[in-house]
Ligand binder design. Sequence first.
Ligand code: NG6
Ligand code: CA
Length: 514
Amino acid sequence: MKKELYMLPLALTSCFATKVCAQAKLPGTPNVVFIYADDIGYGDLSCNGAKTIHTPNVERLAKMGVRFTNAHSAAATSTPARYAMLTGEYAWRKAGTGIADGDAASIIRPERYTMADMFKEAGYSTGVVGKWHLGLGDKNGQQDWNQPLKPGTGDIGFDYSFIMAATGDRVPCVFVENDRVVNLDPNDPVQVSYQKNFPGEPTGKDNPELLKMHPSHGHNQSIINGISRIGYMKGGKSALWKDEEIAGTLTGKAVSYIENHKDVPFFLYFATQDAHVPRVPAPQFVGKSGMGPRGDCLLQFDWSVGEILNTLERLGLDKNTLIILSSDNGPVVDDGYKDQAVELLGNHKPGGIYRGGKYSAYEAGTRVPCIWSWKGVIRPGTVSDALVCQIDWFATFAEMMNFRLPEGAAPDSQPMLKAWTGKEKKGREWLVLQNAHNNLSITDGQWKYIRPGKGPAVNKFVNIELGNSMEPQLYNITKDPSEKNNVADKNPDLVKKMAAKLEYLVDNRYGQPL
Ligand code: NG6
Ligand code: CA
């Protein structure tokens, strides 16, 4: 698809003409800030009922806007959830969108029309700060990390980026700013491999004596800052991040992005590393939750949220900024490091009442925290039970800005501004969700059908039920939100109907209801 300039709202067209893009005054063109958490579950936040952890800044945001109780990421892991959110296309339609290695090539290619492209065309400055996990460069494993990484975020609509290439537990452990590794010493180039180690470099597997945090499963390759990771890397010493500084660095970059763009309309996608593994909170949060590093990282996340809210208020931008908070997938307690998350969990339920967790087809896999706040438009303190999904943000922003999307863009994204602003109780008619084994489910908010498919029933390492089964599963989510009773046998007609609906949608017939 070619990128062209499409019909723009009047006020923004004139902004192009004068080349002075003052803060857009139209109610339909607020600044947009995403605060996108990693692996934070529905039950991890006090606004959603957590009792053992207090997250006051998220509560403050919830009080300002609408809190959703049935909001989903499009997939139960990071890469496909982010892919779907930024492209408006279900990730299961596209090969190569599973959990990306740290040396994955750009998964969203320049010809793909993204949410950032749309904002840019609508006259916004566009920035991404934080966890990326959608690949960089042209070919898997072929990147030269010492050169600009092309294609990169700038080729899919972001004017500015300050990102972690993949995840905290994957090499390379460096920040990348506008396609270049930050603080790189040319005399100590970064090398990365997901195939084999570099001769002489220690690994978690062979040199556990060098570790300050030990893996519980996987994560036994290159050692960076005393933590062994997934993948091998060598060099780039001056560029390596310090794990306990990641939240501060990323939050600081997000804050300066907002400061630097206070006079123009902007879209900021701020993706935190919290509370993904390895969990290494800054000293000020260590021991504060009583639940070990995972709980401390939840407090750190809350702090980041507070910094963003304070910045917007300080700059007087809170009046014209749509703030969105959510998470890429559900929670996991032990995700590969011995960080006491299991031992110190106590009564805390990261997924709330929902079954499963990260990776799972059950509710906790994708039912995530979600808040929209927009002063003057969204009534403060609203709670919505509408069935909504992050995949719809794209088309909803287009609706909000009265922006006509190019044909074929955001094919699975549905404009749902009324639901997202808490004005309408009803959300989607149906929604397709994806677990880590690419098994799909379909829900209409009341019923959920999980299509039979291969894969283990439980991931024993992380102790999460995955929802994989060769038998059809049907749950009455309204009556049985914890998915205790599979009622597929008792409702053969409904199973047939939902299975047919799912097949219809899978068969590339975007969007249209059956
Ligand atoms: C898994 C990792 C897990 C995490 C996940 C991606 C192992 C054993 N487990 O493969 O630790 O990194 O991938 O998480 O390597 S996500 O939130 O970015 O999708
Ligand atoms: Ca995640």
